[in-house]
Design a protein around this ligand. Structure first.
Ligand SMILES: Cc1ncc(C[n+]2csc(CCOP(=O)(O)OP(=O)(O)O)c2C)c(N)n1
Ligand SMILES: [Mg+2]
Length: 395
């Protein structure tokens, strides 16, 4: 056995932090006790909203997959199965916090205020990003990033900026520096996947966060797979231990338990805002669907694994918890009907959107005119108009 394997075996991991068991019963793991107070003040209305967010996003997600299958989207990235950690973490964030997603964070996007229709625009090729990050309605939710780990650098840099701004305010005497560090009053959360944790960018981002003690919280949704590569091939240790190696506080949570995600997210974000440095949350979850609509997971994973995770579905778990609290059938029926209504609305709206102006793709490359880009624009214009000429000739 190599030394690396030996080290991995020697350290004992605490149980992942969990409040709801697989059946949705309140049954905290030993590691959860320290976080229970973070749920104080969260009442049944909040829990019902979390459930609604998950169900509406799932209905939208399913509709988006249908749209792709019907040729209306170029690609779709399903998030079914991962709504639990997303809903908890999204609600743990404060309005002033910033969120840098990968591409599968549809529940987080929804909670922060992004419209479903805007989430589809990118995948229909109708927009370079989908939504306006500077519009306050979109909750500081930055653009989806398909280049793995690029967003971890954006997030780490943004958090450094939050810290430097706070330092400048402290120097100007408008902010109390506090004893533990500089309280920024706002934090940055970066989402990425288990596979992405192997990228250099993700690791460099953690070095910056640790060295400068920035208010960054890294969230790794460990869904077991990077397309067809299992997480065991990516790492000889549980992923959260890597963050410990960088000197970042890190824990592992049950990623299908919205309560655990909320409690740990709330604590880590608050510590970050208070000047106590960065955090790292490894959420153990599973993607129930394909990696994207271009993938066929039956080629690389076992049905038994999928079924075992279906048993731990975050939406079902939350429903069971709500029922235990006395929430009745009428609520669940109303949520289901509203989710269907919104999914249908998105379908109708996306099909009616006018196609974008082709010039926009050239206009957005450089801030000023560029001869090569102009050459390409003219070429496309001529090419497009050649069809009109042909049609006229045929007519
Ligand atoms: C820099 C870069 N390399 C490779 C890819 C191709 N790619 C897209 S998704 C993916 C797997 C990512 O897995 P993970 O980080 O676990 O996220 P998940 O898709 O499971 O949410 C790969 C290799 C890419 N988009 N960007
Ligand atoms: Mg993954």
């Amino acid at each position: 056995m190599s030394q690396t394997q030996q080290l991995a075996v020697d350290m004992v991991d605490p149980e992942p932090i969990r409040f709801l068991n697989a059946e949705g019963r309140y049954s905290p793991s030993s590691s959860a006790a320290d976080y229970a107070a973070e749920l104080d003040g969260v009442g049944i209305e909040e829990y019902k909203q979390w459930y609604r967010d998950m169900v509406e996003t799932r209905a939208f997600d399913t509709e988006a997959t249908h749209l792709q299958r019907q040729g209306q989207l170029a690609l779709w990235v399903p998030s079914i199965g991962q709504e639990g950690c997303q809903v908890g973490l999204a609600h743990a964030a404060e309005p002033q916090d910033h969120v840098f997603p990968a591409y599968r964070e549809h529940t987080v996007a929804k909670v922060r205020g992004v419209d479903f229709i805007d989430m589809l625009k990118l995948f229909r090729g109708f927009s370079h990003g989908g939504w306006d990050v500077t519009d306050p309605k979109n909750g500081n939710f930055h653009l989806y990033t398909l280049v793995l780990a690029a967003q971890t650098q954006h997030a780490s840099g943004y958090a450094l900026g939050q810290l430097l701004d706070a330092k400048a305010r402290a120097a100007a005497g408008t902010l109390d520096a506090g004893e533990a560090g500089i309280a920024t009053g706002e934090a940055t959360m970066a989402f990425y996947g288990d596979g992405t944790s192997s990228q250099g960018d993700a690791n460099e981002s953690m070095i910056f966060a640790a060295s400068y003690q920035t208010p960054a919280v890294f969230v790794v949704q460990n869904n077991g797979w990077a397309i067809s590569v299992p997480v065991e091939r990516q790492s000889r240790t549980p992923l959260y231990r890597r963050a410990l190696g960088f000197g970042i506080r890190a824990v592992q949570i049950d990623g299908n338990d919205p309560l655990a995600a909320f409690a740990v997210g709330r604590r880590f974000l608050r510590l970050a805002r208070d000047g106590q440095g960065p955090g790292y949350i490894e959420a153990l979850t599973y993607r129930i669907g394909a990696h994207t609509t271009s993938d066929d997971p039956t080629r690389y994973r076992e049905n038994a694994e999928l079924e075992a995770w279906r048993e731990r579905d975050p939406v079902e778990r939350m429903a069971a918890y709500l029922r235990e609290q006395g929430v009745d059938d009428a609520f669940f029926a109303e949520v289901a009907a509203e989710a269907d209504r919104k999914a249908k609305l998105v379908r109708d709206e996306i099909l009616q959107l006018p196609p974008p102006d082709a010039d926009a793709m050239f206009a957005n490359v450089y801030s000023e005119a560029h001869p090569r880009i102009e050459e390409q624009r003219v070429w496309l214009e001529r090419y497009e108009s050649s069809f009109e000429t042909n049609q006229e000739m045929q007519g």
